[in-house]
Write a protein that binds this ligand. Structure first.
Ligand SMILES: [Mg+2]
Length: 235
């Protein structure tokens, strides 16, 4: 049915966004000492999205954006000991053990019997490689692509490199913006995990998605049964 099945990694195979939400909580505690609160925190996203062009996706971008925002919000009176706390938080986030979603190893084992599996993940190369090693899932993937962004161009380059026909390619992920829309644009097939957490920057209105090569399921454990449905859709 497909020549390749590709997976996103963060919040598709293992927990990720939760770590950022916890990081935000710690940041909030630090900001409280300066009389700043929850509503000020919303600006982290603004700073981070603005900073993507410099730092790309990942923990470093998140933490540098928090520091920049804190300096800005405190009128440059953010204390070096608090900067140190945020740098410690970055190291903690970067070295945290990966928590793989229940059912993932079994799913990958089953699928890898019939399909070559590819991992396509974006972010910091060093951190992504570390998370993959820590997940224990490396051996299921014949191909691992760590990219700085997930644009249609990036997917096209990957497909060209491995001589993949988009019509024979399935991408599974939790982000409409990064995993689903660009692949649909190229004529590929997609399964969207709508019950998995994702960063608000990655959200996109569902009604703008063409439905003919798209399937929405709640979580990763519904992927295997949904493959049959997708096959029927494919005709
Ligand atoms: Mg993801």
């Amino acid at each position: 049915m497909f020549d390749w099945i590709a997976f996103d990694a963060d919040d598709t195979l293992w927990k990720n966004e939760e770590t950022y939400l916890q990081g935000r909580e710690q940041f909030l505690q630090i900001l409280a000492a300066y009389g700043l609160g929850e509503s000020d925190l919303e600006q982290v996203d603004v700073f981070e999205v603005e900073n993507l062009q410099y730092y790309g996706y990942g923990v470093m971008s998140f933490v540098l954006s928090m520091i920049e925002m804190a300096i800005h919000l405190t009128g440059e009176s953010f204390h070096p000991k608090d900067i140190q706390k945020l740098l410690d938080l970055a190291k903690e986030m970067l070295s945290a053990e990966v928590e793989v979603f229940e059912g993932v190893p079994l799913l990958l084992e089953r699928l890898s019997e019939n399909y070559p599996l590819m991992l396509i993940t974006k972010g910091d190369l060093f951190h992504q490689q570390r998370k993959l090693r820590s997940s224990g899932l490396t051996d299921f993937f014949g191909t691992v692509e760590v990219v700085s962004d997930k644009s249609p161009d990036v997917y096209r380059q990957i497909m060209d490199r491995y001589r993949i026909d988009p019509d024979r390619f399935l991408m599974i992920g939790n982000s409409l913006r990064s995993d689903i829309i660009p692949v649909l644009k190229l004529g590929g097939w997609t399964i969207f995990l709508s019950g998995h957490l994702s960063w608000s920057h990655e959200e996109n209105p569902l009604d703008q998605i063409p439905q003919d090569r798209f399937l929405e399921v709640k979580n990763i454990n519904q992927v295997l049964s949904s493959l049959d449905r997708l096959g029927k859709q494919r005709g």
